[in-house]
Design a protein around this ligand. Structure first.
Ligand SMILES: Cc1cc2nc3c(=O)[nH]c(=O)nc-3n(C[C@H](O)[C@H](O)[C@H](O)COP(=O)(O)OP(=O)(O)OC[C@H]3O[C@@H](n4cnc5c(N)ncnc54)[C@H](O)[C@@H]3O)c2cc1C
Length: 470
C-alpha cells in the first residue's frame, strides 16, 4: 500500500475540522497539514446537512468573525435574522427572517436574554463551503475530498497510521502522521482505535447529573432531514411523491405534526428543519440508506401539510440536503467529561474553569424522546466553557478530538453541540497541534495557559464577565 507522511492529519472537514485546520496552519505555516473529508465539500452538517444557520449564542473569540465578515462582502451570502413567528400548537413552525437592522454582535448571546432579542445567522451553504476551502488552501492545507478514513493502526499510546479510501475507486493508501485530529462528528477514528466511548443516556449513578434517568438507554438526540424550498410568484402546491403517500408515512405526519424551524436565506428561499424527522434511537437502528429513504418520505409529507394547512403555498420544494442531520451519536469518554453540572454552574463556578478553551450558552435541548427527571432541561442563566481535557482521549497521546463526538455526557452534548462551539473546539485542537509540533510534545503535555493565551480565552472571559454582568 502506498504511504503518505504528514505532520497533522485531520479526519473530517465539518465545523470542527475547518476550525482545526485553519488555526493549525496559520499558527505554524511550515507544518504539513492534511485534511481528509468523505464528502465533496467542507462544512459537514452545517453545509451539506442543511444546518445553514448559527444559532444565537456566545461564539468565543474565534474565526467565525472572519467567516461572517468575508461572506458579508458577497451578495446574498449571509445575514443576521430575527424570529418573526414563534411555534404554537395551532401553527407548528418558527420563522426566522433576515433583518438588515441586526448586527452580527447581536447574534452572540442567548443565555439570560429574552427570546425576542435572539438573533441567528443564516448563510448560503455553498458559499460558506467555498470560503472555507479558499481559506484553507491559502493557508497551505492539503484538502482531499472524497476520501474516507477506514482503518487505524496503533501501538501503545500512539496512533501509528490510518488507511484512507478514495471514493472514486482508487486504491486505499496509508497515512502516517505525527498528530491526529478526529473531527468526524461521531468519533470514528477514536472508536476505531478502541477509545472508550458512550452512546445514549447515561444513568444517574454514573455522573450524578440532576436530570439523568435512573437507568441507561440508547436514546440520543433526534435526527432531522433538512430541505430547502424556493419562493415563487404564484401560489400552488407541489405534487406529493408516491413514497410520501404510504399509509405509515401519512400516519407519522398526522400523529406527530412536528414543529419546523424555518430560516430564511438571504435570497428569500427557506431552510426547513423539522424537530425531529426521526427519533435518534430509531435512526441508529437502521442502515443509513433506509433511514434516509424514510426521512425523505416523511419530509415530503410534512412539507405537504405546511403547504396545504399552514399557508406555505408561495414556496416550491427545491431539494433535500445530501447529508441526514445527525445531532448525536457516539461520544468520547475522555480525560474529562462535560456534564450537566458544568453546564448549569457556568463560567464562574464550573470545574476546571481555568482550562476552558471554548464557550457555549445554548439551552440544554434534546429534540424528541427523552426520559430526564428532576430540573427541566432548558435555557441557561449564563455561559459555560469546555475544558481542554474534553478533547483528549484517555488512551492515546497523539490523538485529539474536536467535534460533537468529543467528551460530553448526553445531557452536556445537548447544549454544547452547536456549530460555532464545534468550530472553537477545532480551533483549540489546531493551535494545540501547532504548539505540540513546535515544542516536540504530545497533546497531554501542551501548556494549557499558553494554549488559552494563543486563543485569547482569558481576555475574552474577562470581557464576558464584565459586559454580561455575571
Ligand atoms: C438537524 C440539526 C439541526 C441543528 N441546528 C443547529 C443550529 O440551528 N445552529 C447551530 O449552530 N447548530 C445546529 N446543530 C448542531 C451543529 O450543526 C452540529 O453539531 C455541528 O455542525 C457538528 O459539527 P462537527 O464538526 O462536529 O461535525 P460535522 O459537521 O458532522 O462534520 C463531520 C465531518 O466528518 C466527515 N466524516 C465523517 N466520517 C468520516 C470518515 N470516516 N472519513 C472522512 N470524513 C469523515 C463528514 O462527512 C463531515 O463532513 C444542528 C444539528 C443538526 C443535525
Amino acid at each position: 500500500m502506498e504511504r503518505y507522511e504528514t505532520d497533522i492529519l485531520i479526519v473530517g472537514g465539518g465545523s470542527g475540522g475547518f476550525g482545526a485546520a485553519i488555526r493549525a496552519a496559520r499558527h505554524d505555516p511550515t507544518a504539513r497539514i492534511l485534511l481528509i473529508e468523505s464528502l465533496q465539500m467542507l462544512g459537514g452538517t452545517s453545509t451539506a446537512g442543511g444546518v445553514n444557520n448559527w444559532e444565537p449564542g456566545i461564539g468565543g473569540p474565534g474565526v467565525h468573525y472572519e467567516l461572517y465578515e468575508r461572506l458579508s462582502q458577497q451578495p446574498e451570502a449571509i445575514g443576521v435574522a430575527k424570529t418573526v413567528h414563534f411555534y404554537s400548537r395551532e401553527e407548528p413552525y418558527g420563522f426566522s427572517r433576515i433583518d438588515p437592522e441586526s448586527s452580527y454582535e447581536s447574534s452572540l448571546r442567548r443565555s439570560a436574554t429574552p427570546r425576542l432579542d435572539w438573533r441567528r445567522v443564516h448563510f448560503e451553504p455553498e458559499l460558506m463551503a467555498n470560503l472555507m476551502l479558499e481559506m484553507l488552501q491559502s493557508a497551505g492545507v492539503d484538502v482531499r475530498f472524497g476520501t474516507r478514513f477506514t482503518d487505524v493502526q496503533v501501538k501503545g499510546r500512539h496512533i501509528v497510521s490510518v488507511v484512507a479510501q478514495p471514493s472514486d475507486g482508487g486504491d486505499p493508501y496509508e497515512i502516517r502522521s505525527k498528530l491526529y485530529i478526529d473531527c468526524s462528528g461521531g468519533g470514528h477514528l477514536a472508536r476505531a482505535a478502541e477509545c472508550q466511548v458512550s452512546f445514549g443516556e447515561e444513568p444517574y449513578d454514573l455522573y450524578e447529573e440532576p436530570s439523568a434517568p435512573e437507568t441507561p438507554a440508547p436514546i440520543v438526540n433526534g435526527v432531522t432531514q433538512v430541505y430547502r424550498v424556493s419562493k415563487v410568484d404564484s401560489p400552488g402546491v407541489d405534487p406529493l411523491p408516491e413514497a410520501a403517500q404510504a399509509p405509515e408515512i401519512q400516519q407519522w405526519a398526522a400523529e406527530n405534526n412536528p414543529a419546523t424551524a424555518i430560516t430564511e436565506y438571504p435570497n428569500g428561499d427557506l431552510c426547513m428543519n423539522t424537530l425531529p424527522t426521526m427519533q435518534g434511537a430509531e435512526f441508529h437502528g437502521l442502515s443509513y440508506e433506509e433511514a434516509q429513504r424514510i426521512s425523505h418520505a416523511r419530509m415530503y409529507a410534512q412539507w405537504h401539510r405546511l403547504q396545504t394547512q399552514y399557508g406555505f403555498d408561495h414556496y416550491r420544494f427545491h431539494s433535500m440536503f445530501p447529508l441526514v442531520g445527525i445531532r448525536e451519536s457516539h461520544r468520547l469518554v475522555g480525560r474529562f467529561v462535560l456534564k450537566e453540572h458544568d453546564v448549569r454552574a457556568g463560567l464562574l463556578h464550573q470545574e476546571h474553569a481555568d482550562e476552558v478553551i471554548a464557550f457555549s450558552d445554548h439551552a440544554l435541548d434534546t429534540h424528541g424522546e427523552r426520559r430526564v427527571k428532576g430540573p427541566k432541561l432548558g435555557e441557561l442563566e449564563q455561559p459555560y466553557g469546555v475544558p481542554y481535557d474534553c478533547l483528549l482521549p484517555q488512551e492515546y497521546d497523539n490523538l485529539i478530538t474536536a467535534s460533537r463526538g468529543s467528551s460530553f455526557s448526553h445531557i452536556g452534548a445537548s447544549s454544547c453541540r452547536l456549530s460555532r462551539t464545534m468550530m472553537a473546539l477545532g480551533e483549540a485542537a489546531g493551535v494545540a497541534s501547532a504548539l505540540a509540533l513546535g515544542q516536540n510534545q504530545l497533546y497531554p503535555d501542551v501548556s494549557i495557559p499558553q494554549l488559552r493565551s494563543e486563543l485569547d480565552i482569558p481576555a475574552f472571559t474577562e470581557k464576558v464577565i464584565r459586559e454580561w454582568n455575571l
